[in-house]
Design a protein around this ligand. Structure first.
Ligand SMILES: Nc1ncnc2c1ncn2[C@@H]1O[C@H](COP(=O)(O)OP(=O)(O)OP(=O)(O)O)[C@@H](O)[C@H]1O
Length: 289
């Protein structure tokens, strides 16, 4: 079984480690037949992943954060190769959802002796996501976070607190697969394939990655008291049982916003739009767990 590690050298906050040397050490110790590729730019991991799948690698491993996982996974759709994850990001939403080891030696050992399962994949306006996508405040924060110059959880929290004072909800119409039309406001509208954003922030604690459905979480307004409740709910995994958010499940969702809203896929801001088509492809990807 050939394994290809695709390493994003810019991911993570600890850049002092010689990651290729460590990958080599742990994969050799696990008796793996492997190669290591380094990304040179954004988007490169998708090309490298597809090439690795074409030459017959059985597992193609994203070594990075959820952005790298997204790029590698996109490259593997429709191929015979499975996605592996060696988490190196700050959030690691998909790795945490799949209960993969978060430490480097443990994660490398796991991808060298994996079991395989299939998982669903979502698309929003044609952009694939594997963990979560969303509109509104979280996408707005992702956009500013990307421009912040520094990364990590503390930068994210700083940006979120600053923007919380300025951000206002947008009127939206949402149509679910079974024709239910919801006329509401969007502060946050999240489409969850996996249960969490990353960092164990559970936006949709009941989300199942194999059920053929997206969990849709709507927060229509976020006054201070509710913001505190949402924060606690995210951390404890109790948001779905609080009255702070409304939940639906659907395979297909359409949203029309009264003014342009930003959206993100797997935590990376994409662009602003007024119309959104969100769709789930059941069991689209094989994953090494
Ligand atoms: N060699 C590279 N140079 C610059 N950017 C890159 C390179 N390789 C990948 N990228 C981009 O870096 C982005 C961020 O990577 P990733 O999400 O893996 O790490 P992170 O931001 O540290 O993790 P997290 O999202 O968990 O905070 C990816 O979306 C990818 O497009």
């Amino acid at each position: 079984m050939r394994i290809c590690f695709i390493l994003n050298p810019t991911s993570g906050t600890n850049r002092t480690q010689d990651v290729p040397a460590l990958l080599t050490r742990y994969a050799t110790a696990a008796g793996a037949d492997f190669e290591i590729q380094l990304t040179q730019r954004a988007g490169h991991a998708t090309e490298l992943a597809r090439e690795a799948a074409v030459v017959g690698c059985r597992v193609v491993v994203a070594v990075g954060g959820d952005g790298t996982v997204n790029e590698v996974a996109r490259g593997l759709l429709g191929t015979e190769a499975a996605l592996g994850i060696v988490p190196r990001g700050s959030g690691n939403g998909l790795a945490r959802h799949l209960r993969l080891p978060l430490d480097l030696p443990g994660a490398v050992r796991r991808v060298c002796q994996p079991t395989f399962q299939r998982m669903d994949a979502g698309r929003i306006n044609g952009h694939w996501f594997f963990c979560t996508a969303g509109l509104g405040f979280d996408a707005h924060v992702s956009k500013l976070f990307a421009q912040a110059g520094t990364r990590g959880l503390s930068t994210y929290v700083k940006v979120a607190l600053r923007e919380y004072r300025r951000y206002r909800p947008t009127p939206v119409q949402m149509e679910l697969e079974n024709q239910v039309l919801v006329d509401t406001h969007c502060y946050v509208l999240a489409f969850a394939n996996a249960a969490q954003y990353g960092n164990n922030a559970y936006i949709a604690p009941q989300a199942n990655i194999q059920d053929g459905l997206l969990d849709v979480c709507l927060i229509d307004a976020l006054p201070m008291l509710r913001a505190v409740r949402v924060g606690v709910g995210l951390a404890l995994g109790t948001l779905a049982t609080s009255s702070s958010a409304a939940y639906h499940t659907s395979r297909r969702i359409r949203v029309h916003a009264a003014q342009p809203l930003g959206f993100h896929v797997d935590g990376d801001y994409v662009t602003d739009a007024t119309d959104f088509e969100v769709e789930l492809t059941p069991l689209a990807l094989e994953v090494a767990v």
